[in-house]
Design a protein around this ligand. Structure first.
Ligand code: NDP
Ligand code: 2IT
Length: 465
């Protein structure tokens, strides 16, 4: 007997006893292994509710513990980010990169800078990203990173110093074929520029290690617009499947950042009327409709002047501002939550349904809480989960990666068409796995199963790794 023999005995039994757990036992295990991580547990539960049904008669997924493995990140890197503010104070923040799963391609997903960032938030985002990226049909695994750094009220030079310090640690964990971060809340073109500059300075390499880059230095046309536009293309696809379109429809949108303003823009282009936008201080309601000119004003307010959404009512006095509230009480035909997670709760879902809202397309990640998801499903309205409807952003990031490796740049109309094709493809995958009989499509189920199946089948090919 060799020295390792005792460890080998009992291995087979260990696999056999953990085989074929039911949904409740599985979720108890997830809760136990991830204490104080409610967002992560919520995301795993939302996916698992559908996957357990799907796996029922698929022995291999059970015996190979596929879902259990996807719900355990490949690795989490946590690090100190030290920087000096304009007054000379030393500030210390925490940074993370969660590399969830790279079975179908390099880890890929955004970086978020917001005081609410925790390991739980980044784990839920990296988990969701794994399925979302699979749905795009492009070869990208799932990851997410960020920091509890609050960019609000910081000078541009403070933000630059923070981004440089963040990248001084992150650079050793990423790479064009390893892990390719991008933007998310609090991280736009400016921050990607500071991080890319620092990466290039440290490694002396100009590669597609980040997406969302400026057009002059390796970025892709329509990346900035892609998430919001994609969420509206997906909404239009759901409506078209019911023989309807957006012309004359009223839309309630939350958020006023990248995703919200571009979703608003595309709604207007397709003939709809946008009634609301919001930020963390409250929402504005403009009964006359938020036109392209008004959207441009909001973009300037948020991106250049870094102001607050309540300033809208000074500029456009026909509108009203409601402090401390989300916009879901405003009667509408369609709703697009485009701000953050758990911003649309069960009672909001009930209000939307009671007010006749026929479709919800999530621009944000997990904006609807579990109770809200169940209410939308029970009401059988058209409801697209973020992993399907907001995938346009990461899809064009994938196209940016292709352009970077091919050392070329595609034209705008080519990219617009590719984005539309990808959103159509995701819609078709949802139809394939989410059709429920009658004419009801469960888009949550469709997206969860289609995303899971692709990653799971790759994992089966790799064996136990
Ligand atoms: P931005 O930073 O550009 O805008 C975020 C918006 O949401 C702001 O209006 C912000 O208000 C509001 N917001 C942020 N946190 C909160 C909060 N805790 N409570 C209320 N409002 C909040 O981010 P994005 O537009 O890029 O991202 C919005 C959502 O879309 C996120 O869920 C993100 O994960 C998701 N997403 C983004 C993609 C992208 O390509 N950018 C791709 C796919 C999904 P305030 O200014 O007051 O903070
Ligand atoms: O949530 C998301 O999909 C993003 N923030 C975009 C990720 C990316 O890599 O473009």
């Amino acid at each position: 007997m060799g020295p390792y023999a005792p460890c080998q005995t009992g291995g087979e039994t260990a696999v056999a006893v953990s085989d074929h757990v039911d949904f409740n036992t599985f979720m108890e295990g997830v809760k136990k292994r991830n204490p104080n991580q409610p967002e992560f547990v919520q995301a795993v539960q939302e996916v698992s509710e559908d996957i357990f049904d799907f796996m029922e008669d698929k022995e291999q997924y059970h015996s190979q513990q596929i879902l259990r493995r996807i719900a355990e990140p490949d690795r989490i890197v946590s690090f100190r980010v030290c920087w000096e503010d304009d007054k000379g104070n030393i500030r210390v923040q925490r940074g993370w990169r969660v590399q969830n799963n790279n079975s179908i391609g390099p880890y890929k997903g955004g970086i978020r800078f917001h005081p609410s960032v925790t390991e739980s938030v980044l784990k839920f985002l990296a988990f969701e990203q794994t399925f979302k990226n699979a749905l795009t049909g492009l070869p990208m695994g799932g990851g997410k990173g960020g920091s509890n750094f609050n960019p609000k009220g910081k000078s541009v030079r403070e933000i630059m110093r923070f981004c440089q310090s963040f990248m001084t640690e992150l650079y050793r964990h990423i790479g064009a074929d390893i892990d390719v971060p991008a933007g998310d809340i609090g991280v736009g073109g400016r921050e990607i520029g500071f991080m890319f500059g620092q990466y290039k300075r440290i490694t002396n390499e100009f590669t597609g290690v980040l997406t969302g880059k400026g057009l002059e230095w390796g970025g892709s046309l329509i990346r900035t617009e892609a998430t919001g536009y994609g969420a509206v293309y997906f909404l239009a696809n759901m409506l078209a499947h019911k023989g309807q379109d957006l012309v004359g429809k009223t839309a309630v949108i939350s958020g006023s950042g990248n995703v919200a303003t571009h979703a608003a823009e595309k709604i207007v282009q397709l003939g709809g009327k946008v009634l609301t936008l919001s930020d963390s201080s409250g929402f504005i309601h403009d009964p006359d409709g938020i036109t392209q000119e008004k959207i441009n004003w909001v973009k300037d307010l948020k991106n250049v002047r870094r102001g607050r959404i309540d300033e809208y009512v000074t500029q456009y006095p026909g509108a009203s501002f409601t402090a401390g509230k989300t916009p879901w009480g405003v009667k509408c035909d369609v709703a697009l939550p485009c701000a953050t997670q758990n911003e649309l709760l069960g009672e909001d879902a009930r209000t939307l349904v009671a007010n006749g809202c026929m479709a919800v397309s999530e621009g944000a990640n997990m904006p609807t809480d579990l109770e809200g998801v169940h209410i939308f499903k029970a009401a059988k309205i058209l409801y697209a989960p973020g992993k399907a409807s907001n995938a346009g952003g990461v899809a064009v990031s994938g196209l940016e990666m292709s352009q970077n490796s091919g050392r070329r740049a595609w034209k705008e109309d080519e990219l617009q068409q590719m984005l539309k094709d990808i959103m159509d493809g995701i819609h078709n995958s949802c139809l394939e796995y989410g059709a429920q009989g009658g004419d009801y499509i469960d888009y949550v189920k469709g997206a969860n199963i289609a995303g899971f199946k692709k990653v799971a089948d790759a994992m089966l090919a790799f064996g136990v790794v």
